[in-house]
Design a protein around this ligand. Sequence first.
Ligand SMILES: Nc1nc2c(c(=O)[nH]1)N[C@H]1C(S)=C(S)[C@@H](COP(=O)(O)O)O[C@H]1N2
Ligand SMILES: [Mo]
Length: 220
Amino acid sequence: MRKADRLKKAKVPPRNEKYGDRLPSGQTLTKKFPILHEGEVPEYDISKWSFKVFGEVEEEKKFSYDDLMKMPQTTIVRDIHCVTRWSKFDNSFTGIKFTDFLKEIGVKKNVKHVMVYGDYDYESNMPLEDLLHDDILIAHSYDGQPLTPQHGYPFRLIVPHLYFWKSVKWIRGIEFMEEDRPGFWERNDFHNYGDPFKEQRFSVEDAYMPEDEWQKKEYD
Ligand SMILES: Nc1nc2c(c(=O)[nH]1)N[C@H]1C(S)=C(S)[C@@H](COP(=O)(O)O)O[C@H]1N2
Ligand SMILES: [Mo]
């Protein structure tokens, strides 16, 4: 059964009034940090690791781990919301602000969308505009410590205002695009944009997500 179909077959948690507008409807608060992904956790030889920028750019570029670590560093504290119904408040991430990273590359004027690629064979699309918010990071640390392999070491994207599937772990590249194209989950019945405050979970009507989906997974 497709993941979206499976997730649709269950009850929805009642609205939790305690947190007001901070907790989007249909979400459960967790203090632990669930681990969710498809496939294996990658292992890297960091000296060979690279991050590639391509598509509608003046020049394709590759960045090493050290290239990224030399860029200006920013720490944000934000809430995160996963489509499988968990939310976690006050997460501190450190990394390179996406707008600072953009200064290193020449993006063409016609670019409206990006595809963010991560290991292995994962990708997610979003409007370029969303990455221009000042809390978007190419993050390397959580709570002042390097990301664990499970949470995306060495680098993951952090897009706090969209469902967490857009926060691609183990990022390896960004494609700048004129036209939009759906990524992995976006092709598999999940919403193309994914605003948690509008409950944009699926691209189909009649959607339910089991309350305990994420609790069947690992977390730390
Ligand atoms: N490369 C990669 N990134 C990924 C995924 C994946 O399968 N592969 N899963 C996404 C999903 S669905 C979620 S909910 C978050 C989970 O991040 P976490 O394990 O740090 O909680 O990572 C996102 N980033
Ligand atoms: Mo997810």
